[in-house]
Design a protein around this ligand. Structure first.
Ligand SMILES: C[S@@+](CC[C@H](N)C(=O)[O-])C[C@H]1O[C@@H](n2cnc3c(N)ncnc32)[C@H](O)[C@@H]1O
Length: 539
């Protein structure tokens, strides 16, 4: 029996890979009760404890609580290191403290008399590598200074899909372990559709489900968390669609997700209105979309189809899955250690106890009830471009960012943007300068008719109400919201069929720093003309 202890065990992705390889996971720790409950039902022979790892202070406490094992694995929480948290600028103090506490336990177990610890592995997001040193002295880890240092022999970023995972998740893997050999590349990657096809559509039960990754089959009666409706309301998916295909300055992404490719990284938050969201077309419909089921996400993370998630809600189950180490990556690390130890191990079969809340029992579509358009704080910033009008790097934006929010004074501005990042240019160009360019154009009259009908004091007359509409505050007056008027402008301009209509203009070339003469789409010029009209009304 070769034993493993798993710290920050979560639902048990790391444990599961070692279990699949034949190791005995005998100890697991996490401070989230739901996670240890999940770990318990899937790893019934393992002793798990629910506690804050930072409460383990002395070496006596370490030895009282944690058994000696051959291997220690752990994935300290990545929130403070993750790029998605405050663009990677979140406070790292707690994250570093948790890593060092984990390393303290490792150094103690490694240096105690008759130690049996042979390998250790720490998993985290790639960004965490900056905060993991090559060597730690015993003293800085809070141990007797006469003990040897802890050396972090390996520090690698590994990609789960290179080990058979359907997910291209990149993770920093540090410690004292054997680097596994890559088994998968673009010629044999496991794509999303392998998982979706194996499970079958949620609305149509297959009789027998063969696990897409592991040797295991289940009847549909035993497959939990898959047969329920995950259709997304338009309010949610259209936000994701805009961010993915029509982001102001970021690149275009698939909407819905293509399934003949690797799965993007599954996040811990159950959100379907962001660029990170994974969204599929809803089967047997024309223009409806759905979220992956918990079972699909779990398989995309590499868990076997009988793995159960406690937690009561889809959100809690989702979080456990999004937090996990990809099982294929964990198994590859375990297999490499097994080979290095030159041992044969046999996987213990386990009898799974089903989770208490099975989402198959949901009667209503899961997300339909979640659309409550809640009012936001009145200091909410707005900056958005005219939808689907990004042409040759140019877009027209409406924003309120220069408002005096503390004194409830809202300033709405229009601007023309070129590009993004360091070389981005933003200019304001008033309509008296634009008009000479547009006056003779065939659509100018029609555009002004639109102005009369929509961009007038009746529909847009007050910067406060405009902000209230932006913040979803209910108002008595009929008044467009910033998003509504931008959408209306976009729709109107699209109808003018201006696809091939461009004009040259030296003044704009100079303002936008074009070295050679450039041509400007009338769609962009009319967008600016109309957004200027909106901003002028709100002055
Ligand atoms: C990245 S997740 C672990 C995922 C897990 N290894 C898996 O493969 O499923 C990090 C875990 O650390 C736990 N955690 C956070 N702070 C903790 C603390 N102070 N003590 C113990 N566990 C903690 C969280 O509850 C979470 O489950």
């Amino acid at each position: 029996m070769v034993t493993v202890a798993d710290f920050f065990c979560g639902a048990g992705g790391f444990s599961e890979g070692f279990h699949q390889s034949g190791f005995d996971v005998v100890f697991a720790l996490d401070n989230w009760k739901l996670a240890t409950e999940t770990h318990d039902i899937n790893h019934p022979t393992c002793k798990s404890i629910t506690m804050d790892i930072l409460k383990i202070k002395t070496i006596e406490e370490i030895d009282n609580i944690i058994p000696d094992t051959d291997i220690i694995v752990g994935s300290p929480p990545c929130v403070s290191f993750s790029n998605s948290n405050k663009s990677g600028k979140a406070d790292k103090t707690l994250g570093v403290e948790l890593i060092e506490q984990f390393l303290k336990i490792i150094l103690h177990k490694k240096t105690k008399p008759n130690s049996k610890l042979k390998y250790w592995i720490m998993e985290n997001v790639p960004n965490s590598l900056k905060y993991v040193k090559d060597v730690y002295s015993a003293e800085e880890l809070g141990l007797d200074k006469n003990l040897p240092n802890l050396e972090v022999n390996n520090k690698e970023v590994l990609i789960a899909s290179n080990y058979g995972s359907p997910q291209g998740r990149r993770r920093a893997i540090c410690g004292d372990y054997i680097l596994p050999e890559i088994t998968h590349n673009e010629n044999n990657f496991v794509h999303i559709d392998v998982i979706l096809n194996a499970l079958g559509t949620p609305s149509n039960k297959k009789t027998l489900i063969q696990d897409p990754c592991w040797e295991l089959s289940l009847t549909s009666e035993d497959l939990t968390d898959h047969y329920y409706d995950t259709e997304l309301p338009k309010e949610i998916y259209s936000k994701a669609r805009k961010l993915k295909v029509d982001h102001g300055y970021m690149g275009k992404m698939d909407f819905p997700d293509r399934t003949n490719r690797l799965c993007r990284t599954i996040m811990a938050t159950e959100s379907y209105c962001s660029r990170e969201s994974i969204i599929f077309p809803k089967e047997n419909t024309n223009d409806k979309y759905r979220a992956p089921t918990i079972r699909e996400l779990s398989c995309l993370m590499g868990f076997p189809i009988d793995y159960q998630f406690e937690g009561g809600s889809s959100t809690n189950k989702h979080k456990q899955i999004g937090n996990a180490v990809c099982v294929h990556l964990s198994k590859a690390l375990a297999d490499a250690i097994k080979k290095d130890m030159d041992i044969e191990l046999n996987k213990n079969e386990r009898q799974i106890v089903k989770c208490k809340t099975n989402l198959n029992e949901l009667k209503e579509p899961l997300f339909m009830k979640k659309i409550s358009i809640k009012p936001r704080k009145m200091n909410s910033k707005f900056h958005s471009h005219v939808p689907e009008m990004k042409i040759n790097q140019l877009r027209v934006e409406l924003d309120n960012v220069e408002s005096d929010f503390d004194n409830v004074q809202f300033l709405w501005k229009s601007s023309l943007h070129k590009g993004s990042g360091k070389n981005a240019i933003k200019i304001n160009l008033t309509n008296d300068k634009l008009e000479p360019l547009l006056k003779k154009h065939k659509s100018f009259k029609e555009i002004n008719k639109f102005v009369k009908e929509h961009i007038n004091k009746k529909n847009i007359n007050n910067s406060l109400i405009f902000q209230q509409k932006n913040c979803n505050v209910e108002v008595k007056e009929k008044h467009y919201s910033p998003t509504e008027i931008l959408e209306l402008i976009s729709e109107r301009i699209k109808k003018l069929n201006l696809d091939d209509e461009y004009v040259e203009n030296v003044d704009l070339d100079n303002l936008l720093n074009y070295k050679k003469p450039n041509t400007y789409s009338y769609k962009i010029l009319y967008s600016l003309y109309l957004v200027n009209k909106v901003a002028d009304l709100l002055e």
